[in-house]
Every structure is written in C-alpha cells, then in structure tokens.
Ligand binder design. Structure first.
Ligand code: NAD
Ligand code: TDX
Length: 340
C-alpha cells in the first residue's frame, strides 16, 4: 500500500513515520510536509536510508501540487496530521490556523475525492469538545459529546472534522476521525508544556505555569497514539469517530513537579504567570469505544511515559538545543515577556 502522512516532520506525525516505516517494510510511507517552524528534518533523518520512506516538501494548501502528488504516488491511505497545533499561537494569529487546518484539509479531501482512495484519516483532538469543569471528575468526553470549542485552534480543528464527515455523507468518501488527548514523548517541539519544562529546567531557567497550575490535561505517550491510528486505518469503521486516551489526568502543577523531581531540580524554578485567555479547565477522554471495537490498550501510563520522555530529552540534547537556540528565542520573548 502507498500511505501518505501529512505533517510527518512534526511531533506526532514524525513519531508515526518512525512507527510505520519500521513496521511495514512492504508499504511505501510518503511524508508530505511544508516544514513550518514546527517541521524538522532532523526528526526524519534516521529514516533517510529506508527503502519504504519518501519525503515530499509541499504545502497541503497548494491544490495543484497536491493533485500532482496524488497522480504520481497513487496513495491508498492518507493520514492528515498537518496542522498549526499550538493554542497560544492561535490566540496571537488565528488566520494561519484557518488556512492550514480548514482549507488545507479541504484540499486533501478534494484530492481524495478526485483520485479515489481507500481511506482518509483525519487526526483531530479532544479540544473540539471544549472543556469539563474541574469539580466533576465523573464527566468524560465521549464521541458524541457536542462540539464546543474555546480557541481559534480548536475551532479550526472542529471545522475540519465537520468537513471530513460532510465528504463522507455527501460524496461517500471513506473517512475516519480520531480525537486524542494531550500527547508527549520524543520530538515534541519545546513550545508545548512538557518539552518546554524539561528543556528550561535542564538550563535552570524559570518555568512559566499559567494561572495557578490547576488546569487538568489527560496525557498519552505518543507511541500509544500511533498504535491507535494504525488500528483505526486498518480495522476502524468508515464514517466513525474514535476517542483516544489512557486516563492519565494530571494538573499542570503535578506534571511540572514530577519532571522537576525526575531531573533532581528544585520547585523554586516554578513561576506562576498570567493565564492563557479562554484557558480550558479540564480534558478527560472516555476511550471505551476504541478499546472495545479495536482492542486498543495503551502500553504506557504517565509514570512510565514521562521517565522514557525525560531520558530521550537527556540523550538527544542536540535535537532540542538546535531549536531553543534559534528563532525560538524570539518566540519565547514575544509570548512570555508580558506574562512573566
Ligand atoms: P506539530 O505542530 O508538531 O506538527 C505539525 C506539522 O505539520 C509540522 O511538521 C508542520 O511543518 C506541518 N505543517 C503545518 N502546516 C502545513 C501545511 N500547510 N502543509 C504541510 N505541512 C504543514 O503538531 P503535532 O503536535 O504533531 O500535532 C499533529 C496533529 O495532531 C495536529 O493535527 C494536531 O491538531 C493533532 N493533535 C495533537 C495533539 C498533541 O498533544 N500535540 C493531541 C491531539 C491531536
Ligand atoms: O508555558 C506554558 N505554561 C503552562 O502552564 C505552556 C506552554 C502551557 N501551559 C499549560 C496550558 C495547558 O493547560 O499547560 C497545559 C498544556 O499546554 P500545551 O502544551 O500548550 O497543550 P494544550 O493547550 O493542552 O494543547 C495540546 O493538546 C491538545 C496540543 O498543543 C494540541 O495540539 C492538542 O490538540
């Protein structure tokens, strides 16, 4: 099979590329990525000599070129990770989120409709459901929880989900959608909480925690997400949505303190800063559907996953040091100067 992975030079897409290239030597795994600030060829460099791997630098918004790629590569399956993914950036500049996440997805859907495919899989997020209250631990997101987005990022992802479902209903396109909780693991860009805290703590820098650090996220080790997507594209039911999560709810403060303890650093590095506007309170996934229908079971809990992640950041300092020493410095100053 020919499998196109868009956004494969990013965090989750990159991990998925590694997973698929090593698991399926008889399939051709083709990454399409336009290499925004979040795309990184160093993430894909271990795959360079693999026969079943190909990289194409392209923007999913470029209709003509995407059509050409479909003509040449004749993909059977498309897994769409390509997106603007950082909530804080969407507060600063919403329009690129609408262009990539909605228009980009629509170009891919049109290409699938024009050339015919076996499956289009849209990688979505639990953020499309909005948030849950902090004091209702009995509530979880299920697949038919109403969409109730908070940020320009999550709104753009919800729009892409609706468009994907519309192409299934109207044009009978064979689609699936997955909505996963917060991922963490290797190759995670250090604008996001966990890699930001690890990299800054290692450099003995202040650690910005929004508000009181009480917001709750449901963390999943990235490899478990990759396994789930692989199961969905092979065995998932067309037209269906699958929630993915492993019941690893933690407050942000718990996450930061766990990392500091693992690294042997002091809690005094923590600095409580101005909150994120519209900050979602709690995310929590009910994963029963994917567990029952596809027998998916996560291999990592937060305790084992965070140890593995920290080990990776310690052993791969050049990967993240290249990032934090470059343009990222301007990003950090711009986004945090008014907060800290
Ligand atoms: P990321 O920001 O690390 O990577 C995004 C990738 O997409 C980058 O390589 C970037 O270069 C590429 N890209 C962006 N715009 C593009 C365009 N127009 N054309 C081609 N490529 C483009 O993102 P991530 O954290 O790996 O997230 C991947 C997907 O998973 C996203 O769709 C996101 O919404 C979803 N998701 C993320 C999480 C999480 O915790 N990070 C959780 C659930 C779902
Ligand atoms: O400096 C920080 N301090 C802080 O307290 C940052 C960057 C974040 N936070 C808080 C905000 C959130 O409550 O930590 C939590 C996690 O923040 P992010 O890493 O920005 O992730 P989140 O906003 O939860 O969104 C992530 O999960 C769902 C991904 O970035 C999305 O792409 C995915 O859809």
């Amino acid at each position: 099979m020919n499998i196109i992975v868009t956004g494969g030079a990013g965090f989750i897409g990159g991990n998925f590329m590694h997973y698929m290239v090593s698991k399926y030597s008889n399939d051709k795994i083709i990454c399409i990525d336009c290499l925004t600030y979040a795309g990184n060829m160093e993430t894909l460099s271990p795959l360079e000599n693999k026969k079943n791997y190909k990289f194409i630098k392209e923007d999913i918004r470029n209709r003509d070129n995407i059509y050409k790629i479909f003509e040449e590569e004749k993909p059977d399956i498309i897994v769409n990770f390509a997106a603007e993914s950082h909530v804080d950036r969407s507060v600063e500049n919403p329009s690129i989120f609408l262009e990539t996440n909605i228009i980009g997805t629509s170009v891919l859907l049109d290409a699938c409709k024009k050339y015919g495919i076996k499956r289009f899989h849209q990688v979505s997020t639990d953020e499309v459901y909005g948030d849950l209250p902090l004091d209702r631990k009995d509530l979880f997101f299920v697949e038919d929880t109403p969409l109730h987005t908070s940020s320009p990022y999550s709104s753009s992802k919800a729009a892409a989900d609706l468009l994907t479902l519309a192409y299934h209903r109207t044009f009978k396109l064979p689609v699936t959608i997955s909505r996963c909780s917060n991922n963490y693991g290797p190759y995670h860009f250090p604008e996001k909480l966990i890699p930001l805290i690890i990299s800054r703590a290692l450099n003995n820098e202040e650690l910005p925690v929004y508000g009181k650090g009480e917001n709750i996220r449901d963390w999943l080790y990235v490899e478990d997400h990759c396994v789930a997507i692989d199961l969905i594209i092979r065995n998932g039911k067309v037209g269906e949505i699958y929630n993915i999560g492993g019941h690893n709810e933690k407050t942000n403060l718990e996450v930061v303190k766990t990392i500091l303890k693992e690294l042997g650093k002091s809690d005094s590095l923590i600095k409580f800063v101005q909150d994120r506007p519209g900050h979602d309170l709690r995310y929590a996934i009910n994963p029963e559907k994917i567990q029952k229908e596809l027998a998916w079971i996560p291999q990592y809990n937060f305790e084992t996953g965070i140890k593995k992640t920290i080990k990776w950041y310690l052993e791969n300092k050049t990967w993240w040091e290249h990032i934090v020493s470059g343009e990222y410095k301007n990003y950090f100053n711009k986004m945090y100067s008014y907060r800290m």
